[in-house]
Design a protein around this ligand. Structure first.
Ligand code: BG6
Length: 459
């Protein structure tokens, strides 16, 4: 039986940064595509009136969305507002009243994680949880124990089937395409294993720093901000077995098996870095030991991937903004064309951002002419067929329909925390690095045995 569609969207944190940058623009896009036509009830404690919230939404759409079109006007017309402190029962009672006859509201918690339990209890106590779903933003906890506690807090009010944990990487076209490319083609499967693959690398490089989010970043660091979630999700797409049958659970089951097969990260397989100047950012401790860069080697103990080294590197204030996967294949067993043959092994390169979805296959071809000499080439495909759906548009659309496929499940987030948990509390060194570099030199040794780190090109 399919889940009932949501008949109202409640946005806690309606005046916050995330709502402004990502959520309202996504709602505008959903209205444009005909996927949203229910009341949107903002909740926040900023002392605003509805008209002032509308002005903010207008500004958000001008800056981050599709500007002022019919969909923008429709969104403003659908907008309601409840102003009040999340701790007070009256706020939740006024929300209950604003929901009117809605029977399946979608509650979106775009608020700091420390407030999740409070807001969820308020939703439950005011009677707004029945028949409802809840979307929670990342970071989902700060280690395994806190994620488990958060799961327990959510389950006091919502059954697991009604909890939608967002990881926006799962909504990205390029990440979806990893799955599609793997399982919609037959030619990949024979080589997609330890017999042919020599290493897997995932790089998430950002030129931006913490962008005024110093206080938030001090609580997380790169491991919690992007590795435990985005990077491990990408790895799961690369490493999982084909799902058995259709449906959300089949896919999520296979991804979770990957998390479970990853050996918990050991201190000697991790290098942490911090960009010069980070400690002078607003909200950052002048002696901060928080990492803005993390490079690691992972081991996946599965039949398919045993002994294939997996490298992940993520950092801020690096030399480029690019997220890429490189799956390196082993060399041919012999050099039939001698030393003059192109040296490179074959590889698959998946561009995940920031520009369009792209896939490249690295191969060698012969130079025209008498000699049997060649050069490395790339067979390259790139999506240039118009605008891509934003991750938030896809994910909010799915949550409104009640489709959990692209959301993290309770056992999945906990299994992913299990991978990074052992190193989170260790007093590991944090190596300084120059802004605009590829991170601290200390990271180079980690990937030396696979020929060094892949350096994705700037868009
Ligand atoms: C967010 C992190 O989840 O992802 C940010 O909190 C990071 O620190 C962002 O910059 C990157 O997302 P994207 O879609 O730009 O790759």
């Amino acid at each position: 039986m399919s889940a009932p569609a949501s008949d109202a969207l409640v946005l806690f944190g309606a005046t916050g940064d995330l709502a402004c940058r990502k959520i309202f623009p996504a709602l505008q896009a959903l209205i444009r595509s005909g996927s949203l036509d229910v009341p949107v009830i903002g909740v926040a404690s900023s002392g605003l009136a509805l008209e002032q919230l509308r002005q903010r939404v207008r500004a958000s759409l001008r800056q981050h969305g599709g500007g002022g079109d019919d969909a923008a006007e429709r969104l403003l017309a659908l907008l309601r507002y409840v102003d009040g402190d999340y701790r007070e029962a009256t706020t939740h009672q006024r929300l209950r009243a604003a929901l009117g006859g809605a029977r399946h509201p979608l509650h979106y918690l775009a608020v700091p994680p420390s407030l999740f339990p409070l807001v969820v209890d308020g939703i439950g106590e005011s009677g707004s949880a029945e028949g409802a779903r809840v979307v929670v933003e990342k970071p989902f906890g700060r280690d395994l124990a806190s994620a488990q506690a958060l799961n327990r807090a959510l389950h006091r009010t919502f059954a697991e089937a009604s909890v939608f944990r967002i990881d926006h990487y799962l909504g990205k076209e390029a990440v979806q395409n990893l799955l599609y490319f793997r399982f919609a083609n037959a030619f990949l499967e024979p080589v997609w294993n330890r017999n042919y693959v020599s290493s897997i690398q995932i790089t998430m490089a950002e030129e931006i720093g913490v962008q005024g989010r110093g206080r938030f970043y001090e609580e997380v660091g790169a491991l919690r901000d992007v590795v435990q979630n985005h990077m491990l999700q990408v790895l799961a797409h690369l490493a999982m077995e084909p799902p058995v049958g259709a449906g959300a659970e089949a896919l999520r089951d296979e991804k979770i098996k990957v998390f479970r097969a990853i050996r918990p990260l050991a201190a000697e397989d991790l290098v942490r870095g911090q960009y010069d100047g980070y400690r002078a950012e607003d909200g950052v401790d002048s002696a901060s030991q928080v990492e803005t860069f993390a490079a690691m080697r992972l081991h996946l103990d599965s039949w398919r991937w045993a002994d294939v080294p997996i490298y992940i590197r993520a950092g801020k204030r690096l030399t480029a903004t690019a997220t890429e996967v490189l799956v390196q294949l082993k060399h041919p067993p012999q050099r039939v064309f001698g030393a003059a043959a192109a040296a490179g092994a074959n590889y698959f390169r998946f561009r995940l951002g920031p520009d369009r979805v792209a896939i490249a296959i690295g191969a060698s071809t012969k130079h025209a002419g008498a000699a049997m000499a060649g050069e490395p080439v790339e067979l390259y495909v790139c999506n240039d067929r118009g605008p891509e759906m934003s991750a938030y548009e896809r994910l909010i659309g799915d949550a409104l329909k009640g489709d959990p496929t692209l959301f993290a499940r309770e056992d999945g987030v906990e299994a992913a925390w299990r991978v990074v948990d052992p190193v989170l509390k260790l007093p590991l060194a944090v190596h300084p690095y120059r802004q605009g570099s590829w991170g601290p030199q200390e990271a180079d040794a980690l990937a030396a045995s696979c020929g060094g780190w892949h350096r994705p090109a700037q868009a």
